[in-house]
Design a protein around this ligand. Structure first.
Ligand SMILES: C=CC1=C(C)c2cc3[nH]c(cc4nc(cc5[nH]c(cc1n2)c(C)c5CCC(=O)O)C(CCC(=O)O)=C4C)c(C)c3C=C
Ligand SMILES: [Fe+2]
Ligand SMILES: [Fe+2]
Length: 335
């Protein structure tokens, strides 16, 4: 018989769902952005350059120059609830909780910054969750996003004597619930415009082209989402990749180049959507909605509309509920 203090206390059994997204600074100022970028850009899943070469560049150059530029961009999108990415992910978790029912606890975390994956996993475990679904909210799988979020969760589990059982949400780039939600949501937003776009441009976050050659499925999954969506929409659809970083060749065509080239091709009225982002963030609001618009109009474009991501609106929440319920099969009763 062990002394009572050595007996683990058996908490009530619960199921946890941890929504994860990329991460964002704690504040739109230079020190907070530097801390965030240092964590983000030190991840070898994100920058796949040998550490001995990358570290001096990161610390000697990138972290000295980029934080001021990025902080300025963050200041333009910051809200009363903080960074849009964090605020929207929090609302997604809050809305999902009652949808999934009482036996499921829903929490959210960021891969870089706060709330952190180790903190929220520990909190779910403390609350009695002995089964946890990790749900990285990236429709298209990428080593730099999906895999690193799961890696960090597994690293956290490596430090636990008593681990919860774990499942992970697979990519959902071609899932009919996702394509349906995008179609309905995009059509509803297009119907509110006071002009008729000649094109819908789907802009995905870019990646170095070499990751495609090395076997990352991201590019193919982005293309498949675009094809499935284009088959359902009545206006012509183009695909591009945004946010090029560094000197290497990235996936093409680049969003800014496409925007600048449209007017010379007679395309002066467009809508732009970003189906690879589950929540609006710096990349959609500032890079597409502010800078992208300027680039397009500077080249002669006359009508530009940025469509919102699914965020926490009904279409998006119904889709997340369906995707997550499917992964919880056997853990919870069907709806
Ligand atoms: C080598 C650099 C980068 C890779 C590779 C990369 C991949 C990647 N990123 C997202 C989603 C997001 N990225 C966001 C911001 C952001 N991304 C990079 C660099 C790389 N991303 C930087 C330096 C930044 C910070 C802002 C800046 O300085 O430009 C965001 C927004 C975060 C926010 O706070 O709003 C998201 C979301 C994906 C999906 C992806 C690969 C598929
Ligand atoms: Fe990024
Ligand atoms: Fe960007």
């Amino acid at each position: 018989m062990l002394p009572p203090s050595d007996h683990p206390v058996l908490p009530p059994r619960k199921i946890g769902v941890l929504l994860t997204n990329l991460g964002t600074p704690d504040a739109p100022d230079v020190p907070a952005v530097r801390r965030y970028l240092a964590e983000f850009l030190s991840d070898p899943r994100v920058v796949e350059i040998p550490r001995a070469i990358w570290k001096p560049i990161l610390h000697g150059l990138v972290l000295r120059t980029r934080p001021a530029k990025s902080a300025h961009a963050y200041q333009q999108v910051w809200t009363e609830d903080g960074s849009p990415l964090a605020a929207i992910t929090r609302r997604q978790a809050q809305k999902l909780a009652p949808m999934l029912g009482e036996e499921v606890m829903v929490d959210w975390a960021m891969r870089y910054g706060n709330p952190s994956i180790p903190d929220r996993l520990a909190a779910l475990k403390e609350a009695g969750c002995d089964r946890i679904l990790l749900a990285p909210l990236y429709p298209q799988y990428c080593g730099a996003t999906t895999a690193t979020a799961n890696d960090y969760a597994f690293l956290t589990l490596a430090g636990m004597r008593w681990q919860p059982a774990i499942r992970t949400l697979p990519p959902y780039h071609d899932n009919p619930d996702y394509i349906d939600a995008l179609q309905r949501d995009i059509e509803a937003q297009l119907a509110t415009l006071d002009f008729t776009p000649q094109r819908l441009l789907l802009s995905y976050h870019g990646m170095p082209e070499r990751t495609l050659r090395k076997g990352d499925p991201y590019h193919c999954q982005c293309r498949k989402t675009a094809r499935l969506l284009a088959e359902r929409l009545s206006l012509p659809v183009d695909t591009s990749f945004q946010s090029r970083f560094g000197r290497d060749k990235w996936l093409e065509p680049a969003t800014d180049e496409v925007l600048k080239a449209y007017p010379a091709q007679g395309v002066t009225r467009i809508a732009i959507a970003a189906p690879g982002f589950s929540a609006d963030c710096l990349e959609t609001i500032e890079e597409l909605g502010i800078r992208g618009k300027e680039e397009f109009e500077g080249a002669g474009g006359t009508h530009f509309a940025r469509l919102d991501c699914l965020n926490d609106r009904d279409e998006g929440m119904t889709m997340l509920d369906a995707l997550i319920r499917r992964e919880l099969a056997g853990w919870i009763a069907p709806a």
